[in-house]
Design a protein around this ligand. Sequence first.
Ligand code: C2O
Length: 476
Amino acid sequence: MATRTRRDVWKLAEWDDTLLWYSRAVREMWDRPIADSTSWRYQAAIHEYVREGDPLATASDKLPKTAEQKRYWNQCQHNSWYFLPWHRWYLLYFEAIVAATVVELGGPADWSLPYWNYSDDSNPDARRLPPAFRAQTLPDGTPNALRVNIVRARGNNGAIVAGPEYSDLTCLTEPSYEADPVGGSPGFGGPKTVFNHSGGAVGFLEAVPHGSMHGAVGGWMGRFGTAGLDPLFWLHHCNIDRLWEVWLKRDPQHVNPTDADWLGMRFDFRDAKGKAVKRKVGDSVDTAAIGYEYEDVLDPLAPGGGLESLSSVEMTMADRPIPEMVGATEGPVALTGKPTTAHVEVSAPSGPALESLEADEAPPRVYVNVENVTGEGDPRAYKVFVNGEYAGLLPMFGVAEATAQTDKHPGGGLHYRLDVTDAVQRLQSEGNWNPADMQVTFVPAEEEAAEGALESLEAAEPEPSFQVGRVSVYFA
Ligand code: C2O
């Protein structure tokens, strides 16, 4: 098998062969019926399919049989340690289908999916939609299938779609792949779960930049059921998949789970010929062995960049302290279109966090848990401040899905764990840290996300109504 090289879309010419043939293949796949597993709509439905929310539904649609839908649709893994490997297999078969379509149309044999590196500090355009995704037509004047017209509310005019917080790479400093069972680290790759389509604790990478960039692009990208219809979705996920490689390579202590429940989990796909395949998580970890590599997996957090890996303090999984809850709000907190502050009274820890405080060892980690986030609407993210100090972003991608009650959705919402240690340390050094009154402020991030990019957002968007079950604080 020849190795495909996945390249940075911003380093390609606007109509490089990769993008030209991608556009042609998308059009071709778009024309295939939804029951054909190589069609554009079937591919998006693998992620999630909601008939009522399908913008392309027509009365003449013939959906695949129920058994087919059950096995292959609504499969995406979120809020789970399967998030990364499931999306890796998903991309691999999608790429193979596009590549086969490119060949059928007379294009090159080595087509590979490019990635969108929105976190590239050396590129002032990194957080604009790449030009080929905005152009109305191809160079020959035919319509460009990479542009999503009506629905992608922002960015088609070339505006910057998000501030740097949305593409922040602090997740790469998280030493553990797996989340702590409760309260502490969200893990680089998410919590240990069984098959989990939505709902639960959000892994570090899955929150930012993954969820945040979904929201920043908006439109079809904003929902599980339509995300895969946007051709840019695939470049976004290609970058998320690349960041998994970057994380592994940047520190020898960064390792994948070795648990048999992770390695042995299998997922169903259909390959480029429509043949049924079952792929194991354990077989996804070596990209060269499954036929591709990335143009660039160098560490973007160069030494001296101020973001040192936590594992530089020699913390292995086994020594990690058990997180202890030191305070929580008494009741729920409503998030609206206006800044909202929750007050949390922190009491002294009784467990290992106190010992480390007293022994003056490495400073304890501080996590704000935002539990059971439910609801729907804009904004697509909130900025979180701790006693006025910026502490991180809370993306709303996946909240609506995790709110709905269906067989695949538990309905308990999303659970975010923000590592606010740096913010607390800044407060401490300024003499402004008062644990007796910890104020966690949620500020709707929408209006600052992209100046000038919101002009086409409909004024009729529903009032935001998000609910947080509880805000709790953990020391670890
Ligand atoms: Cu399964 Cu970015 O979504």
